[in-house]
Design a protein around this ligand. Structure first.
Ligand code: AMP
Ligand code: GLY
Length: 450
């Protein structure tokens, strides 16, 4: 197949890597791979095209010129901007939801509304448009406080804190220019049919969910749901979950500590009802529904929906997928998921450790040389995926906050962690930092559902 992958991150590199590996392993005839705009790490596996990932017309035009069989849209921003719509309108199969359906990620208030309609278990929430409403909601729920920007914020729009003033400050900032003089009634009904990208600023205040988090990626074609395997992400920047939230500092799979019926429960009670509700609204969801869960003392709850694969989890998940990815993505894009064979998975464990640049997440430094990737990849079971990298004057340098994903695989978490961290040791990037405890509690059997 001829496939165009849209995006620049380690998630997109993981997709390219998996598609390239398919043909290398003889599981499928060699694909012709393209990326827009891609990143330096993909250059050996895909042709890179300097096209803005958020420009739907440009992406559709490129896809038409190349004559691709499938376009895979990686990140949320192009999805919310309607890039999948533009490609679909050009008559080309595309993996990724429409802009309307991507609002499940693009607006937390919209997602709450869909969950309520579909009876999906999630945190109780108040949708607020004034600081006064936020204060009332904080007091109603009590500490710890959870305050979320309504819109896309690259994983950094959420504050979880026991400091009421900090919670209020975040709400004030998120409500931004509107200040606290907005209308007193949150207009969720207008969000349902209207455009959440308009001037109205909204924050969501939620009850705190105790218990470990799980990410489950569910492939959807508008009607059928095919779950992948669960993974766990590490959102905070520092060891032991210290410091601010990030886009994700590492991930692992499988989750031996999770209940054996978790995947079935999530499909039956969460993913399928959500997909059915989206179809009922006339905005069918196709692509991947990322179900972010908390396994709480009161049961399984949705923390968030996203409309694309999670980064850094998918780097770990795809390293275990044995079914050729291309066929699965094409089936989702063309409404044929009900016909595919059950997905096959390796029993291996995979750990992905993110190497971040100095100053991430507050103010990542750019332009530092990166070396040692080849040495890392020479190790057994290790591959390295690029995110924030660039080539300047022939040298690879950092160009973003999360720079590399070092993926290690082994027979169990101990072996996978050893592989991944041995890879990280080989990487030299001035001022870089990474967490040293990715999958450590799981390896020690210390993760439990309360
Ligand atoms: P979100 O962008 O909604 O995924 O939130 C980012 C992170 O904030 C989540 O992965 C959780 O770690 C944390 N978080 C979000 N909502 C809650 C909640 N209701 N209770 C506890 N932690 C939460
Ligand atoms: N793993 C977190 C995210 O992709 O949003």
């Amino acid at each position: 197949m001829k496939i165009l992958v849209v995006g620049t991150g380690a998630r997109e590199h993981a997709i390219v890597h998996a598609l390239a590996a398919e043909s290398a392993e003889g599981a499928a005839p060699a694909h012709e791979l393209h990326a827009a705009p891609g990143n330096p790490g993909m250059a050996s596996q895909a042709a890179l095209h300097p096209v803005d990932a958020n420009d739907g017309r440009a992406v559709a035009a490129l896809a038409r010129t190349l004559g691709v069989d499938l376009v895979v849209v990686g990140p949320e921003a192009p999805l919310v901007a309607g890039v999948a719509d533009a490609v679909r309108e050009a008559g080309i199969p595309v993996f990724g939801p429409s802009a309307e359906a991507a609002r499940l990620e693009g607006s937390k208030a919209f997602a709450k509304d869909v969950m309520a309609a579909a009876a999906v278990p999630t945190a109780m929430a108040h949708v607020c448009t004034t600081v006064e409403q936020v204060a009332d909601a904080l007091d109603a729920f009590g500490a710890p406080y959870v305050v979320k920007d309504d819109g896309l914020a690259a994983g950094k729009g959420v504050v979880v804190t026991s400091d009421r003033d900090a919670a209020l400050a975040h709400a004030r900032e998120a409500l931004g220019a509107r200040g606290d003089d907005g209308p007193s009634t949150p207009e969720v009904s207008s969000l349902r049919s209207g455009d959440s990208r308009g001037p109205r600023k909204v924050v969501v205040v939620e009850e705190y969910l105790d218990g470990p988090e799980v990410s489950l990626f569910c492939l959807c074609d508008g009607a059928t749901v095919v779950p992948m395997v669960p993974a766990q992400d590490f959102k905070r920047v520092g060891d032991d979950d210290a410091g601010p939230n990030t886009g994700g500092m590492g991930a692992y799979t499988p989750l031996d500590w999770a209940p054996t019926d978790l995947v079935a429960e999530v499909v039956d009670r969460i993913a399928q009802p959500t997909v059915d509700e989206m179809a009922r609204r006339g905005t069918p969801f196709s692509g991947v529904l990322y179900v972010g869960l908390a396994l709480t003392s009161r049961g399984t709850r949705v923390v968030e929906f996203n409309a694309r694969f999670g980064d850094p989890e998918i780097q770990a998940v795809l390293a275990r997928l044995r079914t050729p990815l291309s066929g699965v993505l094409l089936a989702a894009a063309t409404g044929r998921l009900d016909g595919i064979e059950p997905l096959r998975w390796s029993d291996d464990a995979v750990v992905n450790v993110v190497v971040a640049s100095e100053g991430y997440p507050e103010s990542p430094r750019k332009g530092d040389p990166i070396t040692g990737i080849d040495d890392a990849e020479a190790l057994d079971g290790v591959h390295v995926l690029h995110a924030g990298t660039a080539v300047v004057d022939g040298a690879l340098v950092s160009a973003g906050g999360r720079v590399l994903s070092v993926v290690g695989r082994g027979a169990d978490l101990t072996a996978a962690r050893a592989a991944s961290y041995a890879g990280v040791e080989k990487i030299a990037l001035d001022g870089s930092h990474h967490r040293s405890d990715i999958a450590l509690k799981a390896e020690r059997g210390e993760v439990a559902v309360p």
